[in-house]
Design a protein around this ligand. Structure first.
Ligand SMILES: [Cu+2]
Length: 140
């Protein structure tokens, strides 16, 4: 009889401790996962932005692509930032056939397009109708 009381008494004391312990474990796990996520994100982000991806900005308006020739290095992705500076029909989209790109552009906005790593070459870019043209010159 006495041992049952002791054990139930011990249960009451230990139960809140287990809950608290569980909460702490969850908190530690959450912080650990968050830390790992942040570390991996920063590592990948820094590697891509500082060592690999090439950022190029072009402006597009009714007079064409500015600059009309964008130079980049081969075998590295390009982050192409296309600023559509007017609402001319010819600036409503950009097409780069050889890179499989066909994207609509928002007037007054900047559209970011990730171009795949490419072999050296002269890649033609143009509006949807082909009146405005530019080139992406990928060099060794
Ligand atoms: Cu056009």
């Amino acid at each position: 009889m006495r041992s049952i009381e002791e054990s139930s008494c011990r249960d009451e004391k230990t139960r809140p401790m287990i809950l608290l312990g569980g909460g702490q474990v969850l908190l530690v796990l959450a912080i650990t996962y968050l830390s790992i996520f942040v570390a991996v994100f920063l590592a990948v982000h820094n590697a891509v932005t500082s060592n690999n991806i090439q950022i190029r900005t072009i402006h597009l308006n009714a007079t064409g692509f500015h600059p009309s020739i964008v130079e980049a290095l081969a075998r590295r992705p390009i982050e192409l930032r296309v600023s559509r500076d007017d609402s001319d029909a010819c600036t409503s989209g950009i097409v780069i056939d050889e890179m499989g790109v066909r994207r609509g552009l928002l007037a007054g906005g900047v559209t970011t397009i990730i171009l795949p790593p490419s072999a050296p070459g002269d890649y033609s870019s143009h509006c949807r109708m082909g009146r405005l043209t530019g080139n992406i010159l990928v060099k060794e």
